[in-house]
Each structure stands twice: as structure tokens, then as C-alpha cells.
Design a protein around this ligand. Structure first.
Ligand code: OAD
Length: 248
């Protein structure tokens, strides 16, 4: 595992505007499967059959069964040291935004409040007719596919599927935070899904220093000022410790 460079600790201490982008890897140590890689969900399941508007139109029950299974898997899981470290960062900086591609809600469980969810949230459902969004944390869902209690139309998971645009507000906030930060931290993403993957590049081209935490190299590695190779929870624990040590 990488050592934590002193220059990075200094940069974290000096920064005033910090933006963090997370992907599935940040939740891996909590037990949430990632999408790509050896054990990734997309190795066993087809995104075309489960995570597109066409798939839902063709077989809403199948799509809901898969989401219901994932909700059951995620429900008992707890945030890890990386989620917790990231949650502490928002108190440290006057300007802070956490941008997550994850839909699992673990950042909120760790206490993060200043966050945008680029790909939605698995604990919310949306009426396909009215467009209304509601939280529904029942596991398993009592009825599959679930129906809107007001109008009876199909509900869908409030997540972004392949081929769908990202929520405009969330994307706008994310772009602004990428353009206006001095430190951009990228944790646990393969950085191959756009537009999220463009955010570190935008930050770097606007003068931010980029830090990557990932056991593997990614397309972000060449633009990162610091690449910390290892698991997010372990590295974040050491970062928190190093920050504490330099403080005292
Ligand atoms: P991926 O599964 O593509 O990538 C996970 C990344 O996490 C990889 O780069 C791994 O090397 C890294 N990783 C694995 N374990 C880790 C650990 N313990 N600590 C740190 N990093 C670790 O997941 P995402 O990049 O999040 O979109 O994928 C982006 C999007 O693609 C997802 O939001 C989802 C998916 O299709 C939608 O569903 C719209």
C-alpha cells in the first residue's frame, strides 16, 4: 500500500475548496459489490437487461426483482472508514461538495450532508406517470413491481439507467464544484462512465490538484498529483491519522 506523502497532508491542510468524487470502490469494504473487475456485477448480470429504460419497459418485474435483491444486500451494510473520513471533511472546509455515483446511501449513513447523487438513490422510488419521488426503505418490497399509491401507475427505482441523462441540478452542482475547487479527491471509481469521469479532468484543467485513491490504475492516474494505491477504507484511516499527527 502507498505511503501517505507529506506534501499531500500539507495540501489537505492548506486547501479551502475541496470536492470529492466517489464510485463503487468506496463501498467495497462495506460489502457492496462493484460493477467492473473480477467480481463486478456487470460480469454476472447484463446492464442491457437490467439497467436500461428499454429493459424496464419490456420486463418491469425482472428489473424490480434485481433492484429488490440489491436493496436486500445493501440494507444491513455499514459505512466504512472511507465514508466516515469523507464525512469529516465537510466540517473542515468552508467550500465542500461530495459527488457520488453510488446509489447505496452509505455516505448519508456516515453523516455526509453536502452531497449530490449523480446516479440517483436505490432507496427512492419514482412514479412513471407523475414523476413524484418518494423514499421507500422496505426490504423486501411487499409487491413487485410496486405501484404508485395515488395513481396506480408503475413505480421505478429512482436511479439513472444507461442511456438516460443525469439529473440536471446534480450535474450542474458537480460541474461547478469541479471548476471551483483547489483539491479534488477521487475515490474508488474506474472513471469510465461519463459525465462523472470528466469531473477530475475539469478540476485539473481549472487548476485543482487531483488525488486518487484506488488499488488499481485508472484513466485519472496520469492527471493525478498523488495516486494512493490501496483500499479506500485503509488509506482514509491512515490519512485521518496523518492529519491528526501533524495537527498536534
Ligand atoms: P466500477 O465498478 O466501474 O469501479 C470500481 C472501482 O473501484 C475500480 O476502479 C476498482 O479498482 C476500485 N476499487 C475496488 N475496491 C476498492 C476499494 N476497496 N477501495 C477503493 N477502490 C476500490 O464502479 P464505478 O466507477 O462507480 O452507473 O462505476 C461507475 C458507474 O458505472 C456506476 O455508478 C454505475 C455503473 O454502471 C450506473 O448504474 C448508471
Amino acid at each position: 500500500m502507498s505511503n501517505i506523502p507529506k506534501s499531500l497532508i500539507e495540501a489537505i491542510r492548506q486547501a479551502e475548496r475541496v470536492t470529492v468524487l466517489t464510485g463503487a470502490g468506496v463501498s467495497a469494504e462495506s460489502g457492496v459489490p462493484t460493477f467492473r473487475g473480477k467480481e463486478g456485477l456487470w460480469k454476472k448480470y447484463s446492464p442491457q437487461e437490467l439497467a436500461t429504460p428499454q429493459a424496464f419497459a419490456q420486463d418491469p418485474r425482472l428489473v424490480w426483482e434485481w433492484y429488490d435483491w440489491r436493496r436486500g444486500l445493501i440494507a444491513p451494510l455499514k459505512p466504512n472508514a472511507a465514508h466516515k473520513f469523507i464525512a469529516t471533511l465537510e466540517e473542515r472546509y468552508p467550500h465542500f461538495l461530495l459527488i457520488t455515483q453510488n446509489i447505496d446511501g452509505l455516505h448519508q449513513k456516515a453523516g455526509s450532508k453536502k452531497l449530490v447523487e449523480l446516479h440517483g438513490n436505490i432507496w427512492k422510488v419514482r412514479c412513471t406517470k407523475e414523476g413524484t419521488v418518494e423514499e421507500d426503505k422496505r426490504v423486501p418490497l411487499p409487491q413487485i413491481p410496486p405501484l404508485c399509491s395515488r395513481c396506480g401507475a408503475l413505480l421505478r427505482p429512482h436511479v439513472v439507467w444507461f442511456g438516460e441523462p443525469l439529473p440536471t441540478d446534480a450535474l450542474h452542482q458537480a460541474m461547478e464544484a469541479a471548476e471551483n475547487c483547489d483539491l479534488f479527491l477521487v475515490v474508488g471509481t474506474s472513471a469510465v462512465v461519463y459525465p462523472a469521469a470528466s469531473l477530475p479532468q475539469i478540476a485539473q484543467s481549472h487548476g485543482a490538484q487531483v488525488v486518487e485513491i484506488n488499488p488499481e490504475e485508472t484513466p485519472i492516474t496520469p492527471i493525478a498529483h498523488w495516486s494512493l494505491r490501496g483500499k479506500a477504507g485503509e488509506i482514509c484511516q491512515r490519512l485521518a491519522q496523518a492529519l491528526q499527527d501533524t495537527h498536534s
